[in-house]
Design a protein around this ligand. Structure first.
Ligand code: COA
Length: 208
């Protein structure tokens, strides 16, 4: 494959053929639960996505914006995956930095992502792009599960963040406003809780 023929394309969420390929790549890399969350994020028109493609998809990033009160907004990098045989060539960095560009263009104040602390490639990816990291537990101790809910980061223990126009503390304080709690609950229910419940009940049905 010639790297000259590579392109980064924005995935049109109404292009069901392409969305299916994106979800299949998430499933191949991260498993069927994560694929169901990714698919829900597309179906609910919450996620945007960029893909690196040649004849096939080599990597994808899914991201979304949470619009908050006081004219604040948070960009979330939801999934970034690169096909195993194409890792270590800078594709992860291209995907995340391109998503950041679109998020910044959309006016977000802060970009966040979550991962497990043992996920070294992920940590190196975000650190190499200038993200700071903090334990999700440390945030939960002060702010409760607001950020966990907003990122559906239940399986993760680390948050990566990059300030665009505001600091993490500023955005977390805005998240805590009464008027944002309902928005966070709605997003969490749609993006995180309902798909989790669907997967759990379909697994349960398979067992009986
Ligand atoms: C995380 C992931 C997307 C990185 O993609 P990638 O294309 O290999 O990353 P890049 O080549 O752009 O590398 C980015 C940085 O991470 C480092 N890195 C990449 N893979 C690494 C590895 N296996 N071990 C250590 N560091 C690694 C690179 O050295 C680079 O840092 P540098 O610029 O300081 O040299 C890829 O490993 C992946 O798809 N993992 C499975 C899915 C996942 O866990 N996603 C994250 C959570 S949603």
């Amino acid at each position: 494959m010639s790297e000259d023929s590579l392109s980064v394309v924005e995935v049109d969420s109404s292009d069901y053929g392409l969305v299916k390929k994106v979800v299949e790549l998430v499933e191949k890399t991260m498993g069927m639960w994560q694929a169901h969350y990714a698919s829900t994020c597309f179906n609910q028109k919450i996620c945007r996505s960029l893909a690196i493609a040649s004849e096939k998809l080599l990597g994808v990033v899914l991201f979304y914006t949470a619009q908050l009160e006081l004219d604040r907004s948070l960009g979330v990098i939801y999934y970034v995956v690169v096909r195993e045989e194409y890792r270590g060539r800078g594709f992860g960095k291209v995907l995340v930095s391109s998503a950041e560009y679109l998020l910044e263009d959309a006016g977000v104040d802060l970009v966040v992502a979550t991962a497990r602390s043992e996920n070294t490639p992920s940590r190196n990816l975000f650190n190499s792009l200038g993200y700071s990291e903090i334990s999700l537990h440390a945030i939960e101790e002060i702010y409760g599960e607001l950020l966990t809910k907003l990122t559906c980061g239940y399986e993760d223990d680390l948050v990566f963040f990059k300030n665009m126009r505001a600091s993490l503390t500023e955005v977390l304080s805005v998240l805590s406003l009464e008027s944002n709690l309902k928005k966070i609950e709605e997003l969490w229910y749609t993006l995180c809780y309902r798909p989790w419940r669907e997967m759990r009940s379909s697994r349960h049905m398979q067992q009986i």
